[in-house]
Design a protein around this ligand. Structure first.
Ligand code: PLP
Length: 344
């Protein structure tokens, strides 16, 4: 398996650390937990889209594009990392945001990732929930073309077989780090949404014949649909790598029991997981993806899904900037903030 013959531009701070979580492991009574710090990829507060963008932006440049267009939910981390990558490469960037949650709070609509995108010079356009966002991106691309620009459209989440190569790379990186440190990894767990992360990890781990299982915790779709889209993309990614057929259907596993009321809507488990990681390990998860992914991992540990002597790596896919769009969800969990000027 060669990644080196696929065009790539270095954007991330790689390799990211693979760190033990001793306090969380002890608190939950095993398995041994590690965290792969893909929240530390470096691109304007980091996250998993940076690895995908290394391959996608290389393709955009190879095609002579000067403007990238992408879409996501209001607090999309993918949109923020795309805006950062475009800024770094001197390209224009147009961000299309779909209101998937109906949250009218000003901090949700304008703070967090939305603020950062605009800070990096990318105009944002908001669309009603349920809009055909692929068509909206095509319309934006036509506008750019008619103005004399060269658009490049990146699908939501950067999830196509080019972007997924970034997570093939991550799988190989985890294998190398585990081998160096003699860590026997049994399972990798992470939040799965637009499917590129899991598709790349599965294609990488299967292509390397590692035997490592990957469990995606869903944040939007039901299990059947989620597994189907991950499987389809994993197969396409394996084909792009010249390993057609290497991914078997049963190696694609998602658990979609932790979505709650819907995409981007807080759950009690998410609030617990985000607070717990902050307080036991000093790690910031996010409210939409890694918080629900960790909520799933914690609940499955409590239910005995893992053996105590297993080693589980949680891939932290980033997103903490979105916390500033969701402060309300954490109100009841925060310790008091005393303004000593008011105390007599
Ligand atoms: C996009 C995203 C995910 C999901 O990754 P996919 O490749 O879309 O499945 C997980 N966590 C965070 C923080 C994300 O921004």
């Amino acid at each position: 398996m060669h990644l080196s013959n696929h065009p790539r531009i270095r954007l991330g701070h790689l390799n990211t650390p693979l760190e033990p979580m001793p306090r969380l492991s002890e608190l939950l009574g095993g398995p041994t937990l590690y965290i792969k710090r893909d929240d530390c990829t470096g691109l304007a507060t980091g996250g998993n889209k940076t690895r995908k963008l290394e391959f996608l932006m290389a393709d955009a440049l190879a095609q002579g594009a000067d403007t990238v267009i992408t879409q996501g939910a209001t607090q999309s981390n993918h949109a923020r990392q795309t805006a950062a990558a475009a800024a770094r490469l001197g390209m224009r960037c147009i961000i299309l945001l779909e209101d998937r949650t109906g949250n009218k709070d000003a901090s949700y609509r304008y703070s967090g990732n939305v603020f950062l995108e605009r800070l990096m010079g990318a105009p944002t356009r908001t669309y009603a929930g349920g809009t055909d966002m692929n068509e909206a991106m095509q319309a934006a691309a036509r506008e750019v073309s008619s103005g004399g620009g060269k658009p490049y459209v990146i699908p939501g989440g950067g999830s196509n077989s080019i972007g997924a190569l970034g997570y093939v790379d991550c799988a190989l990186e985890i294998l190398t780090q585990a081998n160096d440190r003699q860590i026997v990894v049994d399972q990798v767990v992470h939040a799965t949404g637009s499917a590129g992360t899991q598709a790349g990890l599965v294609a990488g781990f299967e292509g390397a014949n590692s035997g490592i299982g990957v469990l995606g915790i869903g944040v939007r779709a039901a299990r059947e649909a989620q597994e189907a889209s991950v499987f389809r993309l994993a197969c396409e990614t394996a084909e792009r790598l010249g390993m057609p057929g290497v991914v078997r259907r049963e190696r694609v596993v998602a658990n979609c029991d932790y979505v709650g009321d819907g995409y981007g809507l807080p759950t009690a488990g998410m609030v617990e997981a985000v607070s717990l990681l902050a307080r036991t390990e000093g790690i910031l998860l996010d409210p939409v993806y890694s918080g629900k992914g960790m909520a799933g991992l914690i609940d499955l540990i409590r239910k005995g899904r893992f053996r105590r002597d297993e080693t589980v790596v949680f891939v932290h896919t980033g997103g903490s900037a979105a916390l500033f769009g969701y402060m309300d969800a954490f109100d009841k969990t925060l310790p008091p903030s005393l303004d000593t000027r008011d105390t007599r």
